[in-house]
Design a protein around this ligand. Structure first.
Ligand SMILES: NC(=O)c1ccc[n+]([C@@H]2O[C@H](COP(=O)([O-])OP(=O)(O)OC[C@H]3O[C@@H](n4cnc5c(N)ncnc54)[C@H](OP(=O)(O)O)[C@@H]3O)[C@@H](O)[C@H]2O)c1
Length: 310
């Protein structure tokens, strides 16, 4: 008898990571994709009903309230989406004996450390978004379900709303752009996240990482190396000439204090991936290499007439 294909439920399928997960898990098993219409995280009981209906072996949760500044004025909504609905997912995963894959953020840390943050470091979020994501991590952990929680950072990709597309849009509108140069982090491509997630989930399901106690938990998952928003912008424009007909803006480095935002952000949110490498033998590409791949995709899509970021 051939074994049954694993049932996968992907939530947040329209987001940056969600879209790439849909591609990387397409041939993995029976994949059910849900967006905000079929699973609204503002109504956690609706999300729970869907999980019970699908009865998945693996839940991939890429849905989240990610509007960092808006969250300051919508803390209840951010917490419902980022903590209450994930708690329901975890409870259902526990009931089914399924695996919950969930994503969290570098913004659980306050940025005060000089070195990269490890999973052993104490979180201390500076903003509502970070606090809501930390509450989600803790809610999931408290159920004791089989789980992989991947903290990632500065996510961008070839689709969706992100810093890369903001830079391309602003370059078409302005000749000079002022960019913050004193926050340090790792831009992480959604493609890299989805590829690594598939690699790990597949091997966990095959039992290659041992018993649940050997792999369940929280891991940092970001592209290698680190930079500032200013240097990331420089790297984007160094590769974007073909998308902007050569019209490149002048970039001006500024301090965080010169660019006030509703939400405070950590000064250093670089995450050590040592635990991910040690446990799963996988390392994401350096951020600059991953950026090459995303820019090449945008350039080839643009050649086909699909203008990005417009
Ligand atoms: N973006 C980053 O820089 C960043 C950094 C660190 C960690 N992360 C984490 O990485 C994960 C993936 O983020 P991402 O960059 O892919 O985010 P994203 O592009 O903003 O996508 C989030 C998805 O969640 C959906 N969503 C929002 N509210 C919802 C609701 N009430 N019900 C159902 N779906 C809802 C959105 O749906 P709509 O399309 O309908 O709005 C969107 O498809 C998240 O856990 C995030 O916290 C992201």
């Amino acid at each position: 008898m051939t074994p049954r294909k694993p049932r996968i439920l992907l939530l947040g399928t329209a987001g940056q990571v969600g879209r790439e997960l849909q591609a990387s898990f397409a041939d993995f098993g029976d994949l059910t994709c849900a967006d905000r219409k079929s699973a609204n995280f503002e109504r956690p009981e609706q999300v729970g009903n869907l999980v019970r209906h699908v009865a998945p072996d693996v839940i991939l949760n890429a849905a989240a309230y990610t509007a960092v500044d808006r969250a300051e004025s919508e803390p209840v909504l951010a917490t419902t989406v980022n903590a209450e609905a994930p708690r329901v997912l975890a409870e259902e995963a526990l009931r089914l004996g399924g695996l919950l894959v969930h994503y969290s953020t570098d913004y659980v840390f306050d940025g005060s450390k000089q070195e990269p943050w490890t999973e052993a470091d104490e979180p201390n979020p500076l903003n509502v978004y970070g606090a809501s994501k930390l509450a989600g991590e803790r809610a999931i952990e408290s159920t004791g379900c089989r789980r992989l929680v991947f903290r990632t950072s500065w996510v961008y990709g070839p689709h969706g709303s992100n810093f890369l597309f903001t830079m391309l849009r602003l370059a078409r509108e302005r000749e000079r752009l002022s960019i913050v140069n004193d926050q340090f982090g790792a831009p992480t491509s959604a493609i890299e996240i989805a590829t690594a997630t598939r690699h790990i989930v597949e091997r966990v399901m095959e039992g290659r990482f041992g018993a649940e106690k050997d792999w369940t938990g929280t891991y940092h998952m970001t592209c290698a190396d680190s930079t500032t928003w200013f240097s990331f912008a420089q790297a984007i424009f160094a590769r974007a000439g073909g998308l902007l007909d050569g019209k490149l803006p002048q970039l001006i480095p500024i301090a965080t204090a010169d660019y006030p935002t509703p939400a405070r952000r950590p000064r250093n949110s670089v995450l050590s991936n040592a635990r991910l490498v040690e446990r799963f033998g996988i390392r994401l590409a350096p951020w600059a290499t991953a950026l090459d791949a995303v820019m090449e995709k945008l350039l080839s899509d643009a050649d086909g007439g699909d203008r990005p970021g417009a």
